[in-house]
Design a protein around this ligand. Structure first.
Ligand code: AHR
Length: 481
C-alpha cells in the first residue's frame, strides 16, 4: 500500500488546544491527583504535586478545563476563596457523595495553571447558579482595575487579574446541568453570556453547552438561536464498549471488545462531520468551533474502588482510542478548535495515575507525548487509503514533517510506503509504543511496561519512506524533506 503525501502544499493549522485536558472535582483527580496541599509529605509547590506538574508540562498541556463537568453546575465559587480554614465544606452529590473542604478553589486553580504554563478554561454554573454569580466570577478573575470583585481578589492575596482564555456557560445542560430542553438552554445561554464581560484586553472565548453524542437537534437549536453570541459549542462523547449501563472492564476484555472499542472511537468522525454540517448552515466560515471538552474511554470503575470516583486502569487499548481520536480531530481541524480529554489524573482515560506518593504515566500519556509535535503544526494532506486498522496524521513544523500512525490491529504488522513530493533529507526521530498483549498497561509495581521506545523498522529511498507498523502500536516519525 502506498500513500502520497502532498508536502509542498500548505494546509490548516492543528490548534494546540486540541491537546487540552479536563480536571473535575471528581474522585481523586483534583484532590490527591493534582493538589495535595502545602503540608503534604508528597513533594509539592504551593500544594500542587511536583511530579504531576512536571509530567504534564512534558506533554505540553496547552489548556486545562475546571471545575467540571457535572460538578460545575453545582459549584459556587465564593465557597472556595479566602482563608482555607474558613471555607465552607460541601457535599459532592454527583461524585460519590463525599464531603470536600473547598481547599482547591479559584486561586489554587490559577496557581496550577501558572505552574503548568497553560491556558485556563473555567466552566461556569448555569444549572444552579445565578447570572450575577457567574458575572462576578468573571469580574473576580479578570478585572484589573478597582471594582468590588477585583478588590476582594486583592484582599484574598492576588493583586493582578488572571488570564482566562476560555469560559464555558454551563455543562451538559441537557442532563446533569439542569435537564433543560435546547430551546430553554439557548435562551439561558443568550442571557448568561451577556454578563460574561470583557474587562481587560483579552477577549474571552465563550463556549456554549453543546450536544450529547448525536443529539443533532440540540446543535441545530443552539446554532439557530445563538450562534452569533458564541465562539465555541461543546460536544461530549465517551467510548463505553458495552454501552452506558454495563460499560465494560478496563483490563479484562476479549478481542471482540477491543474491536468494538476502536470502532466506537472511530465514530467520532461521523459525529463531528454531522454536527459540523449543521453548524455550516449558520456558520459556513467555521468561526464557531466544536469544542470536544469531554472525550475518552469510560469503563466500569476498577474493582474495589468507589464507583462514584470513576477510577479506571489504562491500557494500550486506551492508547489506540487516543490516537484514533486525535487523528480525527486533526482531520477536522477547521472546525475542532479545542478538545479536553477526560480526565487528567485518576479519573476515566487519565494521563496519570497516583497512589500516595507514587505516580505512573499511562499509555494514553505516551500518545500525547508522541503526538505533541502536531500542536499548532500545519496539517499536510495525503492521498491513498490505508487498511481499516490504520489511522494517521502528517503535519509540518518549519522544515520538519511529523508522521504519526496508529495500527489498531491485534496481530501481525502492516507495511506502508509514504511517497513525499520532495526527497527525504533524513530521519530526525522515530519513536513508538507497542502492546505485547491487548491489556498491556503500567501499574505501581510495573510502571514501565508500556513506554516510548526507539523505532527502527523502516527504510528510506529518495522520496519514499516504507514503514513496517506493528499491531497495537502508535508511532511518530519526524523527518526532514
Ligand atoms: O467526566 C465525567 C462526567 O461526564 C462529567 O462530569 C460530565 O460532564 C459527563 O457526564
Amino acid at each position: 500500500m502506498t500513500i502520497k503525501i502532498l508536502n509542498t502544499k500548505s494546509g490548516t493549522t492543528i490548534s494546540k488546544y486540541i491537546y487540552g485536558h479536563f480536571s473535575e472535582h471528581l474522585g481523586r483527580c483534583i484532590y490527591e491527583g493534582l493538589y495535595v496541599g502545602e503540608d503534604s509529605p508528597i513533594p509539592n509547590k504551593n500544594g500542587m504535586r511536583t511530579d504531576v506538574v512536571e509530567a504534564l508540562k512534558n506533554i505540553k498541556i496547552p489548556v486545562l478545563r475546571w471545575p467540571g463537568g457535572c460538578f460545575a453546575d453545582e459549584y459556587h465559587w465564593k465557597d472556595g476563596i479566602g482563608p482555607k480554614e474558613n471555607r465552607k465544606t460541601i457535599v459532592n452529590t454527583h461524585w460519590g457523595g463525599v464531603t470536600e473542604n473547598n481547599h482547591f478553589g479559584t486561586h489554587e486553580f490559577f496557581e496550577l495553571v501558572k505552574q503548568l504554563e497553560c491556558e485556563a478554561y473555567v466552566n461556569g454554573n448555569v444549572g444552579s447558579g445565578t447570572v450575577q454569580e457567574m458575572s462576578e466570577w468573571v469580574e473576580y478573575i479578570t478585572m484589573n482595575g478597582i471594582s468590588p470583585m477585583a478588590d476582594w481578589r486583592r484582599e484574598n492575596g492576588h493583586e493582578e487579574a488572571w488570564s482566562m482564555k476560555f469560559f464555558g456557560v454551563g455543562n451538559e445542560n441537557w442532563g446533569c446541568g439542569g435537564n433543560m430542553r435546547p430551546e430553554y438552554y439557548a435562551d439561558l445561554y443568550r442571557r448568561y453570556q451577556t454578563y460574561v464581560r470583557q474587562y481587560g484586553d483579552q477577549k474571552i472565548y465563550k463556549v456554549a453547552g453543546g450536544a450529547n453524542v448525536d443529539d443533532y437537534h440540540w446543535t441545530k437549536t443552539l446554532m439557530k438561536n445563538a450562534h452569533w453570541l458564541m465562539d465555541g459549542l461543546s460536544l461530549h462523547y465517551y467510548v463505553h464498549p458495552q454501552g452506558w449501563e454495563k460499560k465494560g472492564s478496563a483490563l479484562a476484555f476479549d478481542e471482540a471488545e477491543w474491536i468494538i472499542t476502536c470502532q466506537k472511537a472511530a465514530h467520532m468522525d461521523e459525529l463531528i462531520t454531522r454536527h459540523s454540517a449543521i453548524m455550516d448552515q449558520y456558520d459556513p466560515e467555521k468561526r464557531v468551533g466544536i469544542i470536544v471538552d469531554e472525550w475518552g474511554t469510560w469503563f466500569s470503575a476498577e474493582p474495589g474502588t468507589n464507583p462514584g470516583f470513576l477510577y479506571q486502569q489504562n491500557t494500550i487499548r486506551d492508547a489506540m482510542v487516543a490516537a484514533i481520536t486525535l487523528n480525527i480531530f486533526h482531520k477536522h481541524a477547521e472546525r475542532v478548535h479545542m478538545a479536553n480529554i477526560a480526565q487528567t489524573v485518576n479519573v476515566l482515560q487519565a494521563m496519570i495515575l497516583t497512589d500516595g506518593e507514587k505516580m505512573v504515566k499511562t499509555p494514553s500519556y505516551h500518545v500525547f507525548d508522541l503526538y505533541k509535535v502536531h500542536q499548532d503544526a500545519e496539517r499536510i494532506e495525503s492521498h491513498g487509503a490505508a487498511s481499516e486498522t490504520i489511522t494517521y496524521t502528517v503535519s509540518k513544523q518549519a522544515d520538519t514533517l511529523h508522521l504519526s500512525i496508529c495500527n489498531f490491529a491485534v496481530s501481525g504488522s502492516e507495511a506502508i510506503s509514504f511517497d513525499f513530493e520532495t526527497a527525504i533529507q533524513g530521519i530526525k526521530e522515530a519513536r513508538y509504543i507497542v502492546g505485547d498483549k491487548m491489556n498491556a498497561h503500567n501499574d505501581f509495581d510495573h510502571p514501565e511496561d508500556v513506554v516510548i521506545q526507539s523505532f527502527e523498522d523502516y527504510t528510506t529511498n529518495n522520496s519514499q519512506l516504507t514503514i513496517n507498523i506493528p499491531a497495537m502500536s502508535v508511532l511518530t516519525i519526524s523527518l526532514a524533506v
